[in-house]
Each structure stands twice: as structure tokens, then as C-alpha cells.
Design a protein around this ligand. Structure first.
Ligand SMILES: Cc1ncc(COP(=O)(O)O)c(C=O)c1O
Length: 457
């Protein structure tokens, strides 16, 4: 019999039993979490919050400091409160808090010889997460390669470099109005929000195409015409077309398949790589990729994912595979995060989450239905235009101004729900709903939202 290699973690029943026991012990601390609870230890939390704020040099948006435990939709904060977390760090935790299977996977990864895996130091977790990503991606698209990194912005940077190399060092990038692409210098440029690049120079490398406007019957034709003009003017100097299948920071804007098809076909006909930024949408729309949900898989040359994955990745076709030297970087991800990322993908794939009859779709319908009920009932006209896709839902509160949106966010937080804003007029409240949200949880959310809106109306 051959010698066991290393810890041979996947086969050592003793290690599994200890991890089970450890996670069980930790989970006992979550047992008292049964629903919303007011803070009773503000003084305890205040010191650390102030310390963090001083270190950062600016205040936190919410006085939130996690205590380290939670349960499903609920999270305990360091002041003793229990809140309903409907934003989960802007899309990190699709299964909410303290999911035992994900905790176990993270612990299993965490007891490797190294905390972080690198591009020159891959381990089993890096193989397993890459394998699963490519397996999912190749079900319908041509994305057969995967490069891991540690943030969505960096995955986008890698994608851009691959697109530029493929197109002969083309400089210009086509991006949509209201796009968000991340926080590096170049991604701040791709992002269509001047407040996010205040004080930065203009690089003038972005060509804008409007996103779908459901109130404009000519929206598709107008966008297609603008794209055509860009292509004519910059022929041979366009590196790629980046788009979010559902715009995230831009306002949870959705568009039908028919809007995208002529744009993507025009790119394909002109040799312009089509780049789907799925950093926020990945796993959240009822399909792993929103481009699958929109039946656009055949057009996609490159795609970036992050957040729910617990790491970040660029997925790309054979044609876009870069020459050695173009992309690298020290970190591929932490062993714990990569292990948990793989587990998340497995659970989503094997339990009833995906597809038209999956949990994601039914949570979406129930949550949007609840918001519409409020808008038609006790909060008449004060919660407009509820929508989005899957676990990404937004609504325009009160008069849709930035001031109102911020007041609503703060009221929601005070009353028990953590959410966040998006859009730039109207300003919207968005929810990144955990896939474990139950009908009872939705009724709790309803009461908090109703209370918060009526306090401000
Ligand atoms: C669509 C989109 N692209 C890129 C990013 C940047 O990802 P990260 O914050 O991990 O750098 C985000 C993050 O919110 C995003 O939503």
C-alpha cells in the first residue's frame, strides 16, 4: 500500500471528526440567536469601532462590528444586537452566517501548512476550486481556463490585460453607462461615477454605451447605433466590451436578452472580446452565471467572478489565454477561503437553489412581492419599482433622492436590517438576499421595512 501523502486530509476520518466537533462547539454559541435583538452592550463595541474608525481615518457607514457568530440571515454585532443581514458585506456570504458545512470546509482549508496559497505555491484547494469553476463555466460557454486572484478588481485588471494582448495592444474599452468595475486606477476609469475618481486624472480610454432603459422604446436601437459609431471611429483600437449582465452599483438595472444580443453580435463580428463582469451576479441569479440566465453564453469570451466565491477569478477562452508573463501575482487566495468557495459552489450545484423552480427564484418572487405589497398598501407609493434578479433586489424608497435613500438605510439599520444603496438617481436601497432566507424571515423583513418607511414618510 502506498504511503499517505501529507495530512491526506480528505481521507483522515480523525481530522474530519475533530473539525465536526469544533464547528459544533462554535455553533452552540449561535443557538441563542432566534431573531432580531436590540443592542445592550454599546459601550463594549464603541471602543473598538472608534479605534477602527481612527485607523481608517473616516467613520464606518454603520456602527457594525461583527461578534463572530450569526445564524442564517441573522448576525450578532459586538454591541449585543442581532440584525438581519441582507447585504452580507456586499455579496460575500450567499448562505448567510455560520453555515456549518461552509465553516467546516473553511476550517479544513485553514489547517493546511500554509495560510495563503500562491501562484507559485498551489495546493489542493486551488485545484478544486479552479476545477469546479471551469466545469460549471464549460457547461454552456467556451470559458475553459481560470486564473485565481484575491479581489474582483484584480480579476478585472487581469481580464483587461488579456483582452489588450489579444487585440494587439488596443487601448480603448467599451463600457456601459452606470457601470461599476472596481477600485484600481483603471477600474475606477471603467466605472461611470465621477465621485469615485475625484482627484484622479482622466485617461480617456473608455467609450460609453447606454444601458437598457425600459422607459425608452428605442433603447436597444440607440445603444446599438452608439456602439456602431464607436467601432467605426476606433476600429482596430478596441480591447473589449465589458458589461454587467445586471448592473450592481448602477442601480440593479436589468435588461432583456434582446437588448444584449445585437450589441454582443456586433462585438463578435468586429473581433472585440466580450467580457462579462459577474463579480456581483455570480451565483445570485438562479444560474451560476447571469449570462446563462440571459442565454448569452455563446457570446462570452471572458468573465470575472468574485464575492460569493470567497476569492476572485478570471475565466477565459483558449483564444484569450495570455502569453507567459502577462498575469501573475503572489496570492491566489487563502486555503480556508478557497476550500469554503468550493463548498459553496457544490452546495449551490447539488441542492435545490438553481433553475426556474429553485429556491433562488422563489425567494426573489416572495421578496419582491412583499415589497410590492407594502408599496400598494401601508407604504403606498413609497417603495417603488421593486425588482432585480434572483437574490439581487432593489427598490426606490420615498422620493428617490440620495438624502432619502441614506435616511432609509440608517432607519433600516436601527430597526434591524442591514442593506445598502445603489443607483445614481433614482437612488435605491438594495438587498443581497441570502439563499437561506425563509418565508418567516421575509415577514420579519416586511415589518422592519414598513416601520422604517413610515417613520420617515
Ligand atoms: C460588478 C463589480 N465589478 C467589480 C467589483 C470589484 O470587486 P472587488 O471589490 O472585489 O475588487 C465589484 C464589487 O462590488 C462589482 O460589483
Amino acid at each position: 500500500m502506498s504511503q499517505l501523502i501529507g495530512l491526506n486530509m480528505n481521507k483522515d476520518a480523525n481530522i474530519d471528526a475533530k473539525i465536526e466537533e469544533l464547528v459544533g462547539l462554535v455553533s452552540e454559541h449561535s443557538e441563542h440567536i432566534k431573531g432580531l435583538k436590540d443592542a445592550d452592550q454599546e459601550e463594549h463595541a464603541k471602543k473598538d469601532i472608534e479605534l477602527l474608525e481612527n485607523m481608517r481615518g473616516r467613520p464606518l457607514f454603520y456602527p457594525y462590528l461583527g461578534s463572530g457568530i450569526g445564524k442564517g440571515c441573522y448576525v450578532e454585532t459586538n454591541d449585543g444586537a442581532v440584525k438581519m443581514d441582507l447585504i452580507n458585506g456586499i455579496g460575500i456570504n450567499i448562505f448567510g452566517h455560520s453555515h456549518p458545512e461552509i465553516m467546516k470546509a473553511a476550517v479544513k482549508g485553514a489547517v493546511q501548512d500554509v495560510v495563503m496559497q500562491g501562484n507559485l505555491e498551489p495546493g489542493d484547494e486551488m485545484v478544486r476550486v479552479s476545477e469546479k469553476l471551469v466545469e460549471i463555466a464549460t457547461r454552456k460557454s467556451r470559458l475553459k481556463h481560470c486564473w485565481l486572484t484575491t479581489s474582483g478588481s484584480m480579476a478585472n485588471e487581469n481580464a483587461l490585460k488579456m483582452c489588450r494582448q489579444k487585440t494587439g495592444a488596443a487601448r480603448m474599452v467599451i463600457a456601459m453607462r452606470a457601470a461599476f468595475a472596481g477600485r484600481t486606477t483603471m477600474m475606477a476609469e471603467v466605472t461611470d461615477n465621477p465621485s469615485m475618481r475625484e482627484g484622479l486624472p482622466e485617461y480617456n480610454e473608455i467609450l460609453r454605451v447606454p444601458f437598457y432603459d425600459k422607459n425608452n422604446p428605442n433603447s436597444t436601437e440607440e445603444a446599438t447605433q452608439i456602439l456602431k459609431e464607436h467601432i467605426e471611429k476606433h476600429k482596430g483600437n478596441i480591447a473589449g466590451f465589458i458589461f454587467e449582465p445586471i448592473q450592481g452599483e448602477g442601480g440593479y438595472n436589468v435588461a432583456p436578452r434582446e437588448f444584449f444580443v445585437p450589441l454582443l453580435e456586433m462585438c463578435r463580428d468586429n473581433g472585440i472580446p466580450v467580457w462579462a463582469d459577474e463579480i456581483q451576479t455570480f451565483c445570485r441569479t438562479g444560474e451560476f452565471f447571469a449570462f446563462d440566465k440571459l442565454q448569452l453564453s455563446e457570446y462570452i469570451d471572458i468573465c470575472t467572478v468574485a464575492k460569493t466565491l470567497q476569492a476572485a477569478a478570471t475565466l477565459y477562452t483558449e483564444e484569450l489565454n495570455p502569453k507567459p508573463g502577462l498575469i501573475a501575482g503572489t496570492f491566489a487566495g487563502s486555503s480556508a477561503a478557497l476550500s469554503a468557495g468550493r463548498k459553496i459552489l457544490d452546495i449551490l450545484d447539488t441542492e435545490d437553489y438553481m433553475g426556474p423552480k429553485g429556491k433562488v427564484e422563489s425567494i426573489h418572487k416572495e421578496f419582491v412581492g412583499m415589497l410590492n405589497e407594502l408599496n400598494e398598501g401601508s407604504c403606498k407609493g413609497l417603495l417603488q419599482d421593486a425588482g432585480g434578479m434572483g437574490l439581487m433586489v432593489a427598490v426606490t424608497p420615498l422620493d428617490g433622492t440620495k438624502e432619502s435613500m441614506i435616511k432609509v438605510l440608517k432607519a433600516l439599520y436601527k430597526n434591524g436590517i442591514i442593506s445598502f444603496g445603489c443607483g445614481r438617481g433614482p437612488f435605491r436601497v438594495r438587498f443581497l438576499i441570502p439563499a437561506v432566507m425563509t418565508s418567516d424571515d421575509i415577514q420579519v423583513a416586511k415589518k422592519v421595512i414598513e416601520k422604517s418607511i413610515l417613520e420617515l414618510a
